[in-house]
Ligand binder design. Structure first.
Ligand code: AMP
Ligand code: ZN
Length: 115
């Protein structure tokens, strides 16, 4: 837990968010500025600033994040139609919150390449 980290504070309940799933490894909540009809952020409870800071000890956590994203998408009926999952890393990708998070977006068709 980092007291200066927005997502650590959401996980701790110090800042409100609309949580859609949580377990002992991760928390999922709606993005405050949704870019699609479904825009959920999946955040590990452990504070890791960027993808560059992941170690082998985090493999199970990242696997749980990706598998939970797929499960939430399936629950919401997006498994067949499709959805987008994104990890932004550092400035060129537009990372704004330095606690890793998996964006999951669905409910509209998306272009490629991303902007
Ligand atoms: P990134 O640019 O990948 O770091 O994404 C950060 C995301 O966090 C953005 O999509 C923001 O809209 C989202 N965000 C920022 N503050 C909050 C908040 N208080 N609750 C939920 N989502 C947030
Ligand atoms: Zn954090």
């Amino acid at each position: 837990m980092s007291s200066s980290c927005l997502f650590c504070r959401i996980i701790a309940g110090e800042i409100p968010a609309t949580k859609v799933y949580e377990d002992d490894v991760l928390v999922a909540f709606n993005d405050i500025n949704p870019q699609a009809p479904m825009h959920v952020l999946l955040v590990p409870r452990v504070h890791v600033a960027t993808l560059n800071d992941l170690g082998a000890n985090h493999d199970a956590v990242v696997g749980a994040m990706v598998r939970r994203a797929a499960a939430i998408a399936a629950e919401r009926g997006f498994a067949a139609s499709g959805y987008r999952t994104v990890f932004n890393c550092n400035a060129d990708a537009g990372q704004a919150v330095f606690h890793i998070h998996l964006h999951m977006l669905g409910g509209r068709a998306m272009g490629w390449p991303p902007g």
